[in-house]
Design a protein around this ligand. Structure first.
Ligand SMILES: [Zn+2]
Length: 118
């Protein structure tokens, strides 16, 4: 179990940066056509727990039902987060844990989920 802590993260070039209050429990990796290609490790938070500290360089990718805005840096291409809705319909941010800059790489564990079948 890990506590909710304020973490910092960014895209590769730093044009998109953020702070997020999150625990590193409950992380997932997914085998769907999008997550798998991008190698995401995802954690989910409420929108008020996620704060951009450098913005303006972001753009967005939507596909399928277009319900999720996949936010990525126009310069370096790294996707830091996505904005969408949770299963209960409430707004949610999915954070790409691989873009956290204040934790040791591979210090987390993630559960593999079968998103491809959904
Ligand atoms: Zn960038």
């Amino acid at each position: 179990m890990t506590d909710v802590q304020t973490h910092t993260g960014s895209c590769h070039c730093g044009a998109v940066a953020y702070e997020v209050d999150m625990s590193l429990d409950g992380l997932i990796e997914c085998n769907c056509s999008h997550c798998y290609r991008k190698g995401f490790v995802l954690g989910f938070v409420q929108p008020d727990a996620f704060r951009l500290t450098a913005e303006g360089a972001e753009t967005e990718y939507r596909f399928g039902s277009h319900k999720i805005g996949h936010r990525f840096c126009q310069t370096c291409g790294v996707q830091t987060h996505a904005r969408g809705e949770g299963p209960d319909g409430r707004p949610m941010v999915a954070v790409n844990v691989r873009t956290l800059t204040d934790i040791e790489p591979f210090s987390w564990t993630a559960t593999r989920v079968d998103g491809r079948s959904f």
